[in-house]
Design a protein around this ligand. Structure first.
Ligand SMILES: *Cc1c(COP(=O)(O)O)cnc(C)c1O
Length: 472
């Protein structure tokens, strides 16, 4: 299996090359050259498998000869062994025709663990094979950072530096990153927004010299391997509710468009998905796009669902590439326009194609709070703000009664205790294994919203860490 860039100017790579590179050198995102497709009989044969086994079989076609199935099966086993539910991604029925799939049973209580726990093992495996090391640099609006740090901490061949927007993540989210004590982990608190952090990471990667010098790699959802690792849970829940012999729909609280893009990929592989429902907060560029072909970036306005406080959804470029008939020149042109003007003139034909499958709903903070309360009142189920937005979007979708809707529960309610308590009067408690969080010592370095300053910090971290690694 080979991967090509959405902007058409990068050397094709195999899965391992894409895993290590993250972003393509032309600024584009890697996509599989051909989509593996499965017949109805093949989908049926996956029913009832343990999650790690199902995950390995669903993902393996994306790896081709880069990683053999037995190795992948072992890595999936290791990645999901630490989840605290025997089903890994359990389904909970909330209403007639409405289910929640809990993706938050991993070490950091958010769905990012689904992909990143596996990525840690994939990186380790490939680096050992090649006798190489690398530096992972990422930006986080909250959940990615802690999940990436948990996946990479104390791994000898990996250094990891995470930029987060200071004061714009929840306390639990910040502490999950900053209380980790590991020499290969570096937290940078940037005086700016998530988009500022993400722009800096993109610039670091675009600087070929810095990128090579530091052996940079990404774990942001621009890394294809993360998308691949998010496909299996859509398959698992669809099969459980009757696919491939019945159509299903998914509702996904969406920020960087990575999670819902994995659902799109599952459909592209042949899973019968009739609808993809996107939930957002008042940072609603995606829902505005779907409603009126208005893809205009506005400033990011902090909300109670910070993991969706995003105005530029990186992975949208992957869908755009497909909507444009895989025309890399046209895709690159639209991305250039967007960068230059803050507005993306998506051709109406491509927009119509998107609206045949996707629909969206944006909720204000007040509506999100009301949704958390209402879901709890009517079902007894406690949800974090992101999950509540997805469930509310599912309820508003008005699909045919025969179509089950599965809403993705992307974070444990205890990750956002203040929001949940304010809405319901109940303060969700952290699972016992995370009880130490609120008292641990925090480790982080502050930085101005300035690329040169961040580069200097990163160089010092890598040198310090190399010296430490040699001494140890
Ligand atoms: C990251 C995250 C999202 C958004 O997912 P994307 O893949 O960026 O669209 C939603 N909810 C939670 C809790 C998250 O951590």
């Amino acid at each position: 299996m080979r991967y090509i860039s959405t902007r058409g100017q990068a050397e094709p790579r195999d899965f391992n090359g894409v895993l290590l590179a993250g972003l393509a050198e032309d600024g584009g995102l890697f996509m599989p050259e051909v989509w593996p497709e499965r017949s109805a009989a093949e989908w049926r044969s996956l029913r009832g498998l343990p999650y790690a086994e199902l995950a390995a079989r669903v993902m393996h076609p994306f790896m081709g000869s880069a990683i053999d199935l037995d190795t992948l099966r072992d890595l999936c086993g290791l990645a999901y062994a630490g989840f605290d539910h025997p089903a890994t991604v359990p389904l909970v029925q909330l209403d007639d025709g409405l289910w929640v799939q809990e993706l938050f049973h991993g070490p950091t209580l958010a769905f990012k663990d689904m992909a990143l726990q596996l990525l840690g093992h994939l990186f380790q495996h490939v680096l050992e094979q090649r006798d190489e090391t690398l530096t992972i640099v990422g930006a986080t609006s909250g959940d990615t950072g802690s999940a990436a740090i948990e996946a990479c901490r104390d791994r000898a061949r990996i250094k990891i530096a995470i930029l987060h927007p200071e004061g714009r993540t929840s306390e639990v989210q910040r502490r999950q990153m900053t209380t980790v004590t590991a020499a290969n982990v570096f937290n940078i608190a940037v005086d700016g927004t998530f988009d500022d952090c993400q722009d800096m990471v993109k610039s670091l990667f675009a600087d070929q010299r810095f990128r090579t010098e530091m052996r940079l790699s990404a774990v942001n959802s621009i890394n294809w391997a993360r998308i691949a690792a998010q496909i299996p849970y859509y398959v698992a829940s669809a099969l459980a509710l009757g696919a491939p012999d019945r159509e299903v729909a998914f509702a996904v609280p969406t920020g960087n468009f990575g999670n819902v893009l994995a659902a799109w990929a599952a459909k592209r592989m042949g899973l019968p998905i009739s609808r993809l429902i996107i939930g957002s907060n008042h940072n609603d560029i995606l829902t505005r796009f779907l409603a009126a072909n208005d893809m205009t970036a506005r400033g990011v306005d902090p909300s109670m669902s910070p993991s969706m406080d995003i105005q530029v959804s990186s992975n949208f470029e992957r869908l755009l590439f497909e909507l444009m008939g895989r025309d890399a020149v046209a895709t690159a042109g639209l991305m250039r326009d967007f960068r230059a003007t803050g507005r993306m003139p998506v051709p109406d034909a491509a927009w119509s194609k998107a609206t045949e499958l996707f629909q969206g709903l944006a909720l204000s903070d007040a509506e999100t709070s009301a949704a958390i309360r209402q879901i709890h009142d009517t079902t007894g189920y406690l949800t974090d703000p992101h999950t509540a937005i997805g469930i509310e979007a599912a309820r508003a979708a008005r699909l045919p009664h025969s179509t089950p809707i599965i809403a993705m529960a992307t974070a444990h309610p205890a990750k956002f205790p203040d929001a949940v308590e304010q809405a319901t009067g109940i303060r969700p408690s952290l699972p016992p294994r995370l009880a130490h969080l609120m008292s641990g010592t925090e480790h982080f370095t502050r930085a101005p919203n300035d690329l040169a300053a961040v580069e200097t910090l990163l160089r010092a971290f890598v040198q310090r860490n190399d010296a430490w690694g040699t001494a140890a």
